[in-house]
Design a protein around this ligand. Structure first.
Ligand code: CP
Length: 294
């Protein structure tokens, strides 16, 4: 039984192989379809991840069920373990789970149902990482030697944690830019801390992050005004003009427009934000195919 949980479980070649498989599927490679049952369980809000898993599942002929947390017995105190045990008893083969706890999946692995991590607290977001790899590989052909700045609320970002690990392993040079309050020393293992203006003209990829207001205590907030954040750490027109000709902009979305990125730049020529969303479906197809063991 396979679980898709965190980037560390994969050798980097295997993970990039999944990204390449996503690209193949996107380009028309045939999919082995089957009738397995899959349940999507989102304990935190989601638009892209939830919907793209659902689209992928339906296109792959899974029997798809959506667990509605708000009307479930979770509200009567049922634990995550018991909820998954129930899903297993109801005949589910795979559970796609987003949960607020970083390590929520550790106790679920022996229940007899495959777990797919659709985002765990501020810990990991491996399926977003896969679609991000697809997007960079589609653009540049490889990761090795690329200069990539990851900018913003690093401390609370599961996207940044997954991407930092795998991009470093695949040979990218990484720069981390953030207010001190949003930095985490863990990132020193993967690259260097820089101010955005020191690297903006050198990078191939400018990966902006959403400020995760919902995970902040009021004390941890850097900004008094959103305009100040955009001025000091965000992508504005002035910084956009300094990017290399072939550089691209990424953001996992949802975007806080005019905070991380000036609104007019979200769909600009260098932006691959919509492409990332499109790739989300194919990345998730590759994941589900892998989980089925094909
Ligand atoms: N990027 C991302 O995970 O978006 P959602 O929260 O909408 O799934």
């Amino acid at each position: 039984m396979r679980h898709f949980l965190e980037v560390e479980q994969f050798k980097s070649e295997e993970f990039i192989g999944l990204a390449e498989r996503g690209i193949e599927i996107k380009n028309g490679a045939s999919l082995n379809k089957n009738g397995k049952s899959i349940v999507n369980m989102f304990f935190e809000s989601s638009t892209r991840t939830k919907m793209s898993f659902e689209v992928a599942e339906k296109q792959m002929d899974f029997h798809t069920y959506n667990f509605d947390v708000t009307t479930s017995a979770v509200n009567k105190g049922e634990s995550l373990y018991d909820s998954i045990l129930t899903m297993k008893a109801l005949g589910m083969d795979i559970a796609v789970i987003r949960h607020q706890n970083n390590a929520y999946y550790k106790d679920l692995l022996d229940i007899g149902i495959s777990i797919v991590n659709a985002g765990s607290g501020s810990g990991e977001h491996p399926s977003q990482c896969l679609l991000d790899l697809m997007t960079i590989v589609e653009e540049f052909g490889s990761i090795q030697g690329r200069k990539i700045a990851i900018v913003g609320d690093l401390k609370h970002s599961r996207v940044a944690r997954s991407n930092a690990k795998i991009l470093h392993e695949l040979g990218a040079t990484l720069y981390f830019c953030s207010p001190e309050e949003y930095y985490d020393d863990d990132f020193e293992n993967y690259g260097t801390y820089q101010m955005i203006d020191e690297v903006i003209s050198e990078v191939d990829v400018l990966m902006m992050l959403r400020i995760q207001f919902e995970r902040h205590t009021s004390k941890a907030r850097y900004i008094d005004t959103e305009a100040a954040y955009l001025r000091d750490y965000g992508l504005n027109q002035k910084r956009y003009q300094q990017l290399k000709k072939d550089a691209i902009i990424m953001h996992p979305a949802p975007v806080n427009r005019d905070v991380e990125i000036e609104s007019s730049l979200v769909e600009s020529e260098k932006s691959r934000i919509v492409r990332q969303m499109e790739n989300g479906v194919f990345a998730r197809m590759a994941i589900l195919e892998w989980v089925k063991g094909e």
